[in-house]
Design a protein around this ligand. Structure first.
Ligand code: FES
Length: 85
């Protein structure tokens, strides 16, 4: 059967400062929109910010194994739509 899509919103300090606070909206919107097809959670630092801190593209969100840089609610929802196709 179809595997659930997993969405991880980084709530680590860097991402939080760079705007992941806005992304917490996803924690409500996604379940309402997709029910149990998508699993969404806030997670601690994904260790992506430390890799390219100088060019930090935080906040980061992971949709399955794909990393979304400079994530916005819209980008994440689009990524989910792509996966559901
Ligand atoms: S705080 Fe988000 S990747 Fe580190």
């Amino acid at each position: 059967m179809d595997k659930k899509i997993s969405v991880k919103v980084c709530l680590g300090t860097t991402c939080f400062v760079m705007g992941s606070a806005n992304l917490q909206e996803l924690l409500e919107v996604v379940p309402r929109k997709y029910g149990d097809k998508v699993e969404v959670a806030g997670v601690p630092c994904l260790r992506l910010c430390s890799i390219d801190w100088e060019f930090s593209k935080a906040p980061y969100v992971k949709v399955d194994d794909d990393i979304i840089k400079e994530a916005t609610v819209e980008k994440v929802l689009n990524a989910i739509e792509e996966k559901l196709k």
